[in-house]
Write a protein that binds this ligand. Structure first.
Ligand code: DX5
Ligand code: ZN
Length: 220
């Protein structure tokens, strides 16, 4: 099963409800919501009030990618606002085990994200406690960046270790995902493809969502 998770970072922020209706038409599985704080990453986006408004507009699960410091203090706000999945960065959470368990206790699926230069080893202890791992295939902060090829090998190594340890963890990949690399990402072991510009940068986001799935299925 492949999940397509369009990132609304590249959508028209003045028309979010319409943009989500389009990707829903195209069969998207999740709505990927990039939360940036201007500290952990050099960009500032949205917070719980916008997530609450999105949750009223769609039944698709909201996949919230928190690129923020101090996540512990605000996780509850995001989950109450309607986040179904909350992914935090290993690099931004000094007490990651506590953070992950706070997410789970508040009723959401917990995910952990790692930046391109962060080794997979930093996930070893937390892996059994999470539902998904987000491999950043660009340095977080902005949409429309170029895919870092070394991510493919990283995903393959993570997939092998998940399988060897018999864990139920989905691999999500985020950054520079397009129809041109979707199949290799799936072949490497990714099962959730996040895409911003490859979907909302296209004239027809519904069609772009379908095209991305079709391209991804070739890697199964
Ligand atoms: C980047 C965000 C991504 C971003 C991806 O920091 O985490 O979700 O929206 O955008 P594209 O698909 O354009 O690389
Ligand atoms: Zn993201």
């Amino acid at each position: 099963m492949i999940s397509i998770a369009p990132s609304i970072l590249s959508a028209d922020f003045a028309r979010l409800a319409d943009e989500i209706a389009r990707i829903q038409d195209g069969g998207a599985n999740l709505v990927h919501v990039d939360v940036m704080d201007g500290h952990f990453v050099p960009n500032l986006t949205i917070g719980p009030p916008v997530i609450e408004a999105l949750a009223r507009e769609t039944n698709l699960p909201l996949d919230c990618h928190l690129m923020i410091e101090g996540a512990d203090a605000v996780i509850g706000d995001y989950i109450r606002a309607g986040a179904a999945r909350v992914t935090v960065h290993v690099e931004a959470c000094p007490h990651l085990h506590r953070t992950v368990h706070r997410i789970r206790e508040a009723g959401a699926m917990a995910g952990v994200a790692i930046n391109p230069a962060t080794p997979l080893e930093s996930l070893y202890e937390i892996l059994p406690d999470v539902g998904q791992v987000l491999i950043m295939s660009v340095n977080p902060g902005f949409g429309g960046q170029r895919f870092i090829r070394a991510s493919l090998e990283k995903i393959a190594r993570l997939a092998a270790s998940i399988q060897q340890r018999q864990l139920e963890v989905a691999i999500e990949v985020d950054g520079g995902v397009t129809v041109d690399n979707a199949a290799e990402l799936i072949k490497a072991g990714a099962r959730i493809l996040v895409a911003g510009s490859a979907i909302f940068g296209k004239p027809d986001p519904a069609l772009a969502t379908r095209d991305l799935r079709k391209a991804a299925e070739a890697g199964l």
